[in-house]
Design a protein around this ligand. Structure first.
Ligand code: BGC
Length: 750
């Protein structure tokens, strides 16, 4: 009999494997073991697997009720247990004393590093470099696994088009194509090819879905979205992460069109399981199950548990609707035992993939090599490549060796702040700040903070800062935001430099010395009020542990700035949300028609102002466009050509362009290819990134860059919810960012 069951499960599994597109195809022996375990588990133990619990970091010892819960098999996973004795003891109880010895998973937000902190994810996105992203998450996984952590709540793949939203810091930026490339890289880095490798950790693509579209950029806010928009912009990064094998997915806090994501059958069942063929488990976000009560979608916690279960949510983070009510809901036949069995299957599958049944314990020999030479080297490289040069008047940067610099500003020596949001485990004692880097290099500098912290409004430090500035050739002003001003729940309505930073910059400008503004922040910072006072703008994001040396090297020309903006940089928060891949509208903005607010005649006729889609005061362009970033050299583009004027469906188009380094220094260019589907059955964005390539060129060197795109790349989900490319005219640009470039035109013909 047992043999027959085994064979049946094997056959069913093999059939389902065939359809499965993820890189982690179902392992038939796992499936057999899962069924065997399921058949032995009580209802309580099954519910236990769906519970994700924590232990207060203030607990002096492991609470006995928690141990008892694990002993009974009432917990499936833990988060944020950073006491190694607790990790070992809890796992021992689960494996040795719980009814079926099912191991626990220990999870943690390992977002952009564990101990060695890399730049915040928005900074990593500015590298436009999958290898760097993969390496950073591989190192994060390696370090974190030393703490018994085998599951991270990352990558965060929420497209973010609004810099007011604090969580833009954690995001891959505003573009679905870039996010798609980086999403897969994060998963590969965390998980490797074999999740059972004890130095790898399970990823969780989050927050599923459309969390970044919160109205007004206010965290947790309502999301209203058409299905084509959801599918064309917000879904692709998740699809990419799932195709790359993301072991888990986290449902988001927000509602979408009236239904919270955590209780959304359509999103969790039809799309995630049905279409994307996801076969790992879905975890809720923190309390997002019971928050459905506050949303006004569930009448009470029991109802919330029912809605989440009916939607197919496998594991509940922190709140206890499943623990408290699932049994009753099953008795009342509101949830079926088969539904619960599926949750358990999904959770056990990930535990098998992690190799936890064979190897449940933390390897005590594994030191994690925290802050090892190699980890720091990679963190520095990532910080260098994420730094974006936005303005460089008179080529002030790089500075020559003899330049006397005044180091000023609240972020010049802020070891905690430069680690950024979600840096729970990164220790500021290991942070290398710009001041440290200058001290180490023993160069010609003086230092005066000017302001104690980014929000500081006191002017008591101004005098000293001015004196220091007067004695220097160049002012290096390290400004921005403290780490706490971005990240979860930390949205800002005004995204200027906080505190008295602008004021200090304005008084420093009066010294007549050139000002290099180095920004460390979790988002683009609007600098319209001071842009004419500063000569150089270098965006360092929150650059992580090695930010100081990275910035030092860039400022002094030992390295070059290589980052490109993964998000449009607004002039003012009033323009937000702003994104380059917007629609044209019936009245596209046009500089020849634009009348600035200061130029409007008094008592003007209502219709005399060029009725276009713009703001009278802020115009219609961002301060710096998506994809933008200067280097220490210059590049020119020439001879664009396409292989055909028209392609058929499923045919390829080759695009060639020459890129020449026309400057005096070697440098890296990020060559970007955008398209526009001119007429669509639903309107299409004015531009969409479809490819990019990095090219290193010596001074004077030229290279032919080739791209290949096919009609597949031109597909989108239309109003009938069909994914298809449409015949017609396409514009294509190859250039250095989303507004410049050489143009070509081609057609898709039937
Ligand atoms: C955040 C998630 C995070 C979770 C666990 C939530 O508040 O939204 O991104 O993974 O907490 O810390």
């Amino acid at each position: 009999m047992k043999k027959i069951i085994f064979l049946l499960v094997l056959i069913i599994t093999l059939i389902s494997c065939k359809e499965n597109k993820t890189s982690f195809v179902k392992d038939a022996t796992h499936e057999v073991k899962i069924e065997a375990l399921l058949s032995k588990m009580t209802l309580e133990e099954k519910i236990g697997q769906t519970n994700l619990r924590g232990v207060s970091s203030r607990a002096k010892s492991l609470p006995s009720n928690i141990k008892e819960s694990v002993r009974k098999g009432n917990v499936g996973a833990f988060l944020n247990i950073m006491n190694l004795e607790y990790v070992d003891e809890l796992q021992r109880i689960a494996v040795e004393e719980s009814p079926n010895g099912i191991p626990l998973i220990f999870g943690r937000d390992v977002i952009h590093g564990f101990k060695t902190m890399f730049p915040i994810p928005l900074g990593l996105a500015a590298t436009w470099d999958a290898q760097i992203v993969e390496k950073s998450s591989e190192i994060a996984a390696f370090e974190a696994s030393a703490y018994g952590i085998r599951w991270t709540f990352a990558p965060m793949l929420d497209i973010a088009r609004d810099s007011r939203w604090g969580r833009i810091a954690e995001s891959p930026g505003e573009d679905p194509y870039l996010a798609t490339i980086l999403g897969a890289a994060y998963v590969k880095g965390f998980q490797g090819d074999d999740l059972s490798n004890p130095y790898r950790i399970a990823a969780s693509a989050k927050h599923y879905i459309a969390y970044g579209a919160a109205i007004g950029g206010r965290d947790y806010n309502t999301v209203n979205m058409s299905e084509p928009l959801l599918r064309n912009v917000y879904l692709p990064p998740f699809k990419s992460a799932i195709d790359a094998g993301s072991a888990t997915v986290m449902s988001s806090f927000n509602e979408i069109n009236g239904i919270p994501a955590t209780g959304n059958q359509f999103l969790l069942k039809d799309v995630l399981r049905g279409e994307l063929k996801f076969d790992g488990f879905v975890v809720s976000d923190w309390d997002s199950v019971i928050e459905m009560v506050a949303h006004g979608y569930a009448s009470d916690e029991k109802h919330a548990g029912e809605l989440a279960a009916k939607a197919g949510l496998d594991m509940e983070m922190t709140s206890t609707a499943y623990e408290d009510h699932l049994k009753k809901l099953i008795e009342e036949k509101k949830v079926t035992i088969e539904e619960l069995n599926d949750f358990v299957r999904n959770i056990l599958r990930v535990k098998f993939r992690l190799g936890l049944f064979e190897n449940p314990y933390r390897n005590k020999e594994h030191t994690g090599k925290f802050y090892s030479k190699n980890h720091l080297k990679e963190a520095k490289k990532a910080a260098i490549e994420s730094t974006v040069l936005l303005k460089n008047k008179n080529s002030i940067l790089p500075l020559s060796e003899k330049t006397k610099v005044a180091i000023i500003g609240p972020l010049a020596n802020a070891p905690h702040e430069q680690l950024g949001t979600w840096a729970f485990d990164g220790e500021k004692e290991h942070t290398n700040t710009p001041l440290h880097a200058y001290k180490k290099a023993n160069t010609n500098f003086t230092f005066a903070k000017g302001l104690d912290y980014s929000r500081d409004k006191s002017k008591k430090g101004f005098k000293e800062a001015i004196e220091v500035a007067k004695k220097s050739d160049v002012i290096l002003f390290f400004g921005g935001e403290e780490a706490i001003l971005s990240g979860e729940a930390h949205s800002r309505a005004n995204i200027d430099l906080p505190g008295a930073q602008e004021e200090l910059i304005k008084v420093l400008a009066k010294t007549g010395k050139p000002i290099v503004l180095v920004i460390m922040a979790g988002r683009p910072i609007t600098i319209t009020n001071i842009i004419d006072k500063i000569d150089v703008v270098l965006m360092g994001w929150h650059p992580g542990t090695m930010g100081g040396e990275a910035l030092y090297e860039i400022i002094n020309g030992i390295s070059s700035p290589e980052g490109r903006l993964p998000v449009s940089w607004p002039k003012t928060a009033g323009q937000l949300p702003y994104f380059y891949n917007h629609k044209n509208t019936g009245r596209p903005a046009d500089s020849s028609n634009f009348v600035h607010i200061d130029k409007i005649p008094i008592a003007a006729w209502q219709s005399s102002l060029g009725n276009d889609s713009h703001y009278l005061d802020a115009g219609f362009t961002p301060h710096f466009p998506f994809g933008y970033g200067l280097t220490y050299t210059t590049f020119s583009y020439s001879n664009i050509s396409i292989s055909k004027e028209s392609i058929k469906f499923n045919e390829d188009l080759n695009v060639k362009v020459n890129v020449t380094n026309t400057g005096k220094k070697a440098g890296k260019e990020t060559v970007q290819l955008y398209i526009q589907d001119v007429v669509g059955s639903i309107t299409r964005p004015v531009k969409e990134l479809k490819r990019f390539q990095h090219v290193f060129l010596k001074s004077g060197e030229s290279k032919e860059i080739t791209f290949k795109i096919s009609s597949k790349d031109l597909e989108f989900v239309n109003h009938k919810l069909i994914k298809t490319a449409e015949a017609g005219k396409f514009n294509l640009w190859v250039g250095p960012n989303s507004v410049e470039g050489l143009k070509e035109t081609f057609f898709i013909k039937n």
